[in-house]
Design a protein around this ligand. Sequence first.
Ligand code: NAD
Ligand code: ZN
Ligand code: ZN
Length: 389
Amino acid sequence: MKALCWYGTGDVRVEEVPEPVIENGRDAIIRITSTAICGSDLHLYNGYMPTMEKGDVLGHENMGEVVEIGSDVKNLKVGDRVVIPFNMACGNCFFCNKELFSLCDNSNPNAEMAKKMMGHSPSGLFGYSHLLGGFAGGQAEYLRVPYADVGPLVLPADVPDEKLLFLSDIFPTGYMAAENCGIEDGDTVAIWGCGPVAQFAIKSAWMLGAGRVIAIDNVLERLELAAASSAETINFDDVDVFDALMEMTDGRGPDRCIDCVGCEAHAGGTLDGTLDALNTSIFLATDRPHVLRQTIMSCRKGGTISIPGVYIGYGDKIPIGAAMNKGLTIKQGQTHTHKYMPMLLEKIVSGEIDPSFVITHELPLDDAPQAYGMFKDKKDGCIKVVLKP
Ligand SMILES: NC(=O)c1ccc[n+]([C@@H]2O[C@H](COP(=O)([O-])OP(=O)(O)OC[C@H]3O[C@@H](n4cnc5c(N)ncnc54)[C@H](O)[C@@H]3O)[C@@H](O)[C@H]2O)c1
Ligand SMILES: [Zn+2]
Ligand SMILES: [Zn+2]
């Protein structure tokens, strides 16, 4: 079959690879009908994620049709149309029982490697390094889905892929990001980044009772899309973000701050950005936490910071003293996708939201290498790419 394979920084190729087969009674094989490129894939494409190997198949935002099931899978049948959460969960460990699915104790076969770096291992992920399981992703014609008796959600036939695909990741991620900041009615919520995750965080902040949403980026079409969701916007090329936020909130700062940027923040010519560039180039740090610093400095005293943006290893000069003395709450994590999918599907079916609003490009899988370059460089107004194998 055809699949998109990683070969190194800026080097992904569509190649012929063996079709996946059932390896375990709890597996299913899915014929992919739609798969998307995520900002998280850029951390692989840009070479920030360790333990990638040449030939690894990428893609964790997947949906399709069930073509084969293992003997223990009773909830699916061949022909079902499903969307697949980007993380894998066993459904019955300590963490799964608490609905903390992205922390599943059983789904990462390379847990020992992750424990050395983090103390404990998070769940396995599709197409996201050997540290997180070494599982093939779904930017391919077929995908093996482990724990298929727990993850895939069966979908209604009459709703198009474009409205359902983002249940696999970015809609639940934006929703959990907003939920994690504990929005109280009327709160001002500031959101760093206007990428796809941030666009869903904006919509979700409104759903959860925000009174004002302020969105920050420097890409004009992304700022415009945020404004179309009734966010006020700040272009960080034009103004100092801290000063602008203080001016907009009478000096108090936003009640809730969401970092939808993560480890690869742009920091222009700032002092901390220059230090980050130096530190990461000589392996003294892996992450560039410019946005995290800004959220901590800007958030109002006693406020909350939510971090859906991915951080990988070690960040430098994170102002923990400001966070402590201002009494901030910080919540973060990979999304517990399984927990949110059924509830968010209802919002789509009822017409409360149409997630396809973020799609700017729909392309054949063969065009994936060019699509990665375009998405990375934000060329041609690219906000979200859907690939059709
Ligand atoms: N927690 C999870 O489970 C989860 C799931 C999906 C994605 N993510 C992460 O969320 C983040 C966003 O994903 P995406 O798909 O929207 O990515 P994206 O790369 O399309 O968007 C990131 C946006 O941040 C903007 N940006 C860069 N520097 C900035 C700064 N200093 N201030 C404000 N904005 C800045 C960029 O211009 C871009 O528009 C990534 O780190 C991704 O890995 C996490
Ligand atoms: Zn993703
Ligand atoms: Zn589990």
